[in-house]
Design a protein around this ligand. Structure first.
Ligand code: UDX
Ligand code: UDX
Length: 465
C-alpha cells in the first residue's frame, strides 16, 4: 500500500522537548507522519494513555493536541528500529545532562545518549536521512555525530551487504520552548533557528515550519552558529535573572523595592521588561547545564576570563538560594529544630510538573540540614517525585499533602517557592488559624499581597522589599 504521508519524521526522545515539539509538528503538518520513540517503556505507555491526565508531561494545551493527532499522524512507541528505518528526517531529543565524572565533570555535557542515538541511526536508517539536533548540545557536537555515522561498523556492514545507499546530513534546530508555555512558544515562536552545511537539508527542515511560521522568522545559519546561539540565548536569559536577583539583596539592605526597580529599568526599551522577575533563582533542565557547558567551552579554548564571567551567573544563583534559606533560619530565631515549615511549590516554575534543578530542592535541603520538618504542597508535582528529589535527606522529616491547608497545619512558616496562580487566592484567613504563631510567610516569588496577609496577622518577608 502506498504511504499516505509525504514525509516520515522520527523523533528519538519522548521527553519534555520531544513530546510537545512533535505534537505541534503533527498538528500543523497533517501530511507528515510523526513517530516519537523512546527507550523508556513506561513513558511511552503514559503518552499512549487514554486518561490524558496521565501524560508524562503536563503542558497547558498539550492534551488537546494529543487528542486531535494521536493515532492519526502522531504515534508514540518503542519501535526505535522500525521508525528510524522508514524516516526521512530524524530529530534527536534525548537528554544531555552535565557529566558527573571523568573529563569535564561538573561542566561538560554527557553525550552518551547522543552517541547511542547516532549509533542506532547508523544501524537502522536507509537511504538519505536528515538528522536534526534538537537537544541542546555543546558546540561542534554535529562533528561527533558525523564521525559516528560515517565510521560505524553497522553502517559499513550494511553498505557492503546490501544495496542500501545510506547517506546523512546533519542540521541543528535548537528548541527555544519554555516549559509551562511550550505549546504557545512552539505555535508562535519568536524565531526558528536552522543551522547546517547544505541548503537542501536546511530547506527541508524549513519546509516543515513554514506550515505555520512566517518565513521571515526562520533564521538560517551555519551549524556552529546555531549550536552556539542556543547556549548563548540561555546564558543571556539566565544572566538577567541573576542580575535582578543580585539587586533584590541590595534592595533589602537599602529600602528600595525590587518590583519598583524592575519596572523602572524594564521600561527602557533597550533593556525591555521581560525576564526581570526576581525569585529564588532559576531552575529547569537547561540554564545551569548550558552555562556550565559554555564555561567549559571557553576554558577549552583558553578564554579563562570569559569562562569566569559566565560562571558567576551560576554562582549568584546558588548564592540566592542559600541567602533565602539563611533568612528563613534567622527570622525563626536562629534555629529550625522542632519547627515545621510548609513548602508551597516544588516545580521549578509554575504550570509545569518538572522539578529538575528546582530552587525548591536546594532550599528544602538547606532547611532539612538545619533540623526542620518539612511539609509540601504543589498542585502538579506528586509525592514520589518530591521524595525522589530529596532522597538522601528524607529521614521521616517530610510529608507531602494534597491541599495547601493540610500542609500548613501546625506549621511555623510557609515558603512560597513557585509562583502558582492558585496561591494568590488561597483561604489565607483559614490557613493563618491552623498555623503555630507567630505564623510566617516567606514569599520568594513576590506573588502574594503582603499588606493583606499582614492584616490577617501573618509576619511576612517578601523578597527584595
Ligand atoms: C531536552 C533536551 O534534549 C536537552 O538537551 C535539553 O537541554 C533539555 O531538554 P528533555 O526532553 O527535557 O531534554 O529531557 P527528558 O524529558 O529527560 O527526555 C529525554 C528522553 O529521551 C527520555 O524519555 C529518555 O528515555 C529518552 N532517551 C534517552 C531515549 O529514548 N534514548 C536514549 O538513548 C536516551
Ligand atoms: C528555558 C528557556 O527560556 C527556553 O528558551 C529554553 O529552550 C529552555 O530553557 P525553561 O527553563 O523551560 O526555558 O523556563 P524559563 O521560563 O526560561 O524559566 C527558567 C527559570 O528561570 C525558572 O526557574 C523560572 O522561575 C526562572 N525565572 C524566569 C525567573 O526567576 N525570573 C524570570 O523573570 C524568568
Amino acid at each position: 500500500m502506498k504511504n499516505k504521508f509525504i514525509k516520515n519524521i522520527c523523533c528519538i526522545g519522548a521527553g519534555y522537548v520531544g513530546g510537545p515539539t512533535m505534537s505541534v509538528i503533527a498538528l500543523n503538518c497533517p501530511d507528515f507522519r510523526v513517530d516519537v520513540v523512546d527507550i523508556n517503556k513506561e513513558r511511552i505507555e503514559a503518552w499512549n494513555s487514554d486518561n490524558l491526565s496521565k501524560l508524562p508531561v503536563f503542558e497547558p494545551g498539550l492534551a488537546e493536541i494529543i487528542c486531535k493527532c494521536r493515532g492519526i499522524n502522531l504515534f508514540f512507541s518503542n519501535n526505535i528500529e522500525e521508525c528510524i528505518s522508514k524516516a526521512d528526517i530524524i530529530f534527536i531529543s534525548v537528554n544531555t545532562p552535565t557529566k558527573t565524572k571523568g573529563v569535564g565533570a561538573g561542566y561538560a555535557s554527557d553525550l552518551k545518549w547522543i552517541e547511542s542515538s547516532a549509533r542506532q541511526i547508523a544501524k537502522f536508517s536507509k537511504n538519505h536521512t536528515v538528522i536534526v539536533e534538537k537537544s541542546t548540545l555543546p558546540v561542534k557536537t554535529a562533528e561527533t555525530i558525523k564521525i559516528i555515522l560515517n565510521s560505524s561498523d553497522d553502517n559499513h556492514n550494511k553498505c557492503i551487504d546490501t544495496d542500501v545507499n545510506q547517506t546523512f546530513s546533519i542540521v541543528s534546530n535548537p528548541e527555544f520552548l519554555a516549559e509551562g508555555t511550550a505549546i504557545n512558544d512552539l505555535q508562535n515562536p519568536d524565531r526558528v533557528l536552522i543551522g547546517g552545511d547544505d541548503d537542501e537539508s536546511i530547506n527541508l527542515i524549513s519546509d516543515i515550519y513554514i506550515n505555520w511560521v512566517d518565513r521571515d522568522k526562520i533564521i538560517k545559519t551555519n551549524l556552529w552558529s546555531s549550536e552556539l546561539s542556543k547556549l548563548v540565548a540561555n546564558a543571556f536569559l539566565a544572566q538577567r535573572i541573576s542580575s535582578i536577583n543580585s539587586i533584590s539583596a541590595l534592595c533589602e539592605s537599602t529600602g528600595a523595592n525590587i518590583l519598583e526597580v524592575s519596572k523602572a529599568i524594564g521600561s527602557d526599551t533597550r533593556i525591555g521588561n521581560k525576564f526581570l522577575n526576581p525569585g529564588p533563582g532559576f531552575g529547569g533542565s537547561c540554564f545551569k547545564k548550558d552555562i556550565l557547558n559554555l564555561v567549559y567551552l571557553c576554558r577549552y579554548y583558553g578564554l579563562n576570563e570569559v569562562a569566569e564571567y559566565w560562571e558567576q551567573i551560576v554562582n549568584i544563583n546558588t548564592w540566592q538560594q542559600k541567602r533565602i534559606s539563611h533568612l528563613v533560619i534567622k527570622n525563626l530565631f536562629g534555629t529550625l529544630a522542632n519547627k515545621r515549615l510548609a513548602i508551597f511549590g516544588f516545580s521549578f516554575k509554575a504550570n509545569t510538573n518538572d522539578t529538575r534543578e528546582s530552587p525548591s530542592i536546594n532550599i528544602s535541603k538547606n532547611l532539612l540540614q538545619e533540623g526542620a520538618k518539612l511539609t509540601f504542597y504543589d498542585p502538579k508535582v506528586n509525592e514520589s517525585q518530591i521524595l525522589d528529589d530529596l532522597d538522601d535527606l528524607i529521614d521521616n522529616n517530610i510529608l507531602v499533602y494534597e491541599t495547601a491547608l493540610k500542609a500548613a497545619q501546625g506549621a511555623d512558616a510557609i515558603l512560597i517557592l513557585t509562583e502558582w496562580n492558585e496561591f494568590i487566592n488561597l483561604g489565607w484567613d483559614h490557613i493563618y488559624k491552623v498555623m503555630r504563631k507567630p505564623a510566617w510567610i516567606f514569599d520568594a516569588r513576590i506573588c502574594l499581597n503582603k499588606n493583606k496577609l499582614e492584616d490577617i496577622g501573618f509576619k511576612v518577608w517578601s523578597l527584595g522589599t
